[in-house]
Design a protein around this ligand. Structure first.
Ligand code: GLP
Length: 244
């Protein structure tokens, strides 16, 4: 779906998420959301916060799982995805703290494998992802599933692509400060969501959006795996959709 601007598009996506939360509330069920970081979802989160403050949308039945976190990374660090999510969403809504899951960037050594398996188990225990929000990186990554990621990959440690580190460099005040690794949900984890919405804004995403939507499915552009998902929508602005 191509919108004239990202603001209108973000409001539509926020409305879909809010409708799902309310539907689940009526059914007395939890609503399990997979959430993304980066600049793309910021306006969606802002709108959800507004709905909480002005329309009484409650997040008491919402359980969230974030896609990824840099490794190593302390929560308190301003570049952490933990910090980002609290700044843009969690600090402003009524989600119970124990319902928030963000990969722990301080996990080390052999503990990482058990930690990643436990993250997968927690998603399943919560009932699976009802909705997964995604952005897309210039390498075609979703979460941090860089080129080469396997279709059946689960939550794991990944080495970041050079392009991804270049894109992150301004936020870290230089590429040397960008971590080389990350923990990310896998492609299979993302694919397991009942509904997926990928956001793409601006002309600098046009090239990767074209490859992702119209190109051959390939591990070299991991987002192409989404072509096979039964309930996935790309929500774009005219810039990101300009090469389709
Ligand atoms: C990072 C995140 C991705 C995100 C991507 C694009 O690499 N790990 O989840 O989709 O950035 O970011 P932006 O939305 O700022 O373009």
């Amino acid at each position: 779906v191509i919108f004239s601007d990202s603001n209108r598009a973000s409001i539509k996506v926020a409305e879909e998420i809010a409708a799902l939360i309310r539907k689940k509330q009526k059914e007395n069920k939890n609503c399990v959301l997979g959430l993304a970081t980066g600049s793309s979802p910021i306006r969606v989160y802002e709108e959800l916060v507004r709905m909480h403050k002005e329309e009484g949308l409650t997040f008491s039945n919402v359980i969230t799982f974030n896609l990824d976190e840099y490794l190593p990374m302390e929560k308190e660090n301003r570049q952490s995805y933990w910090y980002f999510m609290h700044e843009h969403l969690f600090n402003h809504i009524d989600i119970p703290e124990e319902n928030i899951h963000i990969p722990d960037g301080t996990i080390q050594g052999d503990d990482v494998i058990d930690y990643c398996l436990a993250y997968e188990k927690a998603i399943k225990k919560a009932g699976g992802l009802d909705f997964q929000l995604l952005g897309i990186g210039r390498t075609g990554h979703v979460g941090f599933n860089e080129p080469g990621s396997h279709y059946n990959s689960g939550t794991r440690v990944i080495t970041l692509d050079h392009i991804t580190r270049v894109d992150a460099a301004p936020a870290f005040l230089g590429i040397d400060n960008v971590p080389r690794k990350a923990i990310t949900m896998g492609i299979a984890t993302v694919r397991s969501a009942k509904r997926i919405v990928l956001l793409g804004w601006g002309e600098n995403k046009a090239d990767i959006i074209k490859k992702t939507v119209e190109g051959e499915i390939s591990s070299q552009v991991p987002a192409t795996y989404l072509q096979e998902h039964k309930n996935c929508t790309f929500v774009l602005d005219t810039g990101a959709g300009s090469q389709l």
